[in-house]
Design a protein around this ligand. Structure first.
Ligand SMILES: Nc1ncnc2c1ncn2[C@@H]1O[C@H](COP(=O)(O)OP(=O)(O)OP(=O)(O)O)[C@@H](O)[C@H]1O
Ligand SMILES: [Mg+2]
Length: 194
């Protein structure tokens, strides 16, 4: 987090984020849900937590949501679904990054992503820590994951045990793009040259 520009996100609760790095939430089997628009630093914070947790020798696994779901779908094809599900259930600290980004598979004759995520979260709930980031509104999870009821059940479990951090602020990527454009005298996409 040494490179994190706190001044860039004045609405972010710095103390709450810095407290996470004690990793007490892992010891207490709490979950973590970080929400905010694109480029606001959600993955940056989670990756820094992953590095800290690895350094303290916790069992950690990091995945983007689409890759986790793709991995489980592959298990449906070759009969290894339950084995794969068990392996996702095992780490003390599981990070599911970028819920809301990327296309999830959807077939009528197969369980939805919501079903898979529900099974995973339900098995881990209250005894192992799961951290999730999302750049879509929680009310949009049902549509994204393919089942409103199961998505609500996932969120219900998270609400019971999770620390919530919302990053309500600008995109650092946009900021970097503006800085680069200024430096090189370039126009940004969508900007009018006239
Ligand atoms: N406050 C900040 N200070 C320094 N670097 C930052 C800050 N916020 C974000 N970044 C950097 O900006 C880039 C985008 O941040 P990040 O990937 O964490 O965004 P995100 O919130 O996960 O976005 P998305 O929803 O698109 O996944 C990364 O390179 C990250 O290191
Ligand atoms: Mg991200």
């Amino acid at each position: 987090m040494a490179t994190f520009a706190w001044d860039f996100q004045p609405k972010l609760d710095r103390r709450a984020v810095e407290d996470l790095f004690t990793l007490a939430f892992i010891q207490h089997q709490e979950d973590l849900l970080i929400t905010g628009k694109c480029g606001t630093g959600k993955s940056h914070i989670l990756k820094a937590l992953v590095i800290t947790a690895c350094a303290q020798e916790w069992t950690v696994r990091y995945s983007r949501c689409v890759d986790l779901i793709d991995n489980l779908y592959a298990g449906l094809a070759d009969g290894s679904y339950e084995r794969r599900m068990k392996s996702w259930c095992r780490p003390t600290f599981l990070v599911i990054d970028d819920v809301g980004l990327g296309q999830l598979k959807r077939r009528d004759d197969e369980p939805t992503a919501a079903h898979m995520l529900f099974t995973l979260l339900d098995r881990r709930h209250a005894h192992l820590t799961t951290a999730i980031t999302s750049n879509i509104k929680l009310s949009a999870w049902g549509r994204y994951l393919g089942d409103a009821t199961l998505a609500a059940a996932v969120l219900d479990r998270l609400a019971a045990t999770s620390i919530r951090i919302d990053i309500d602020g600008p995109s650092y990527r946009q900021h970097q793009a503006h800085e680069r454009a200024k430096k090189h005298g370039l126009e940004l996409p969508g900007e009018d040259a006239s």
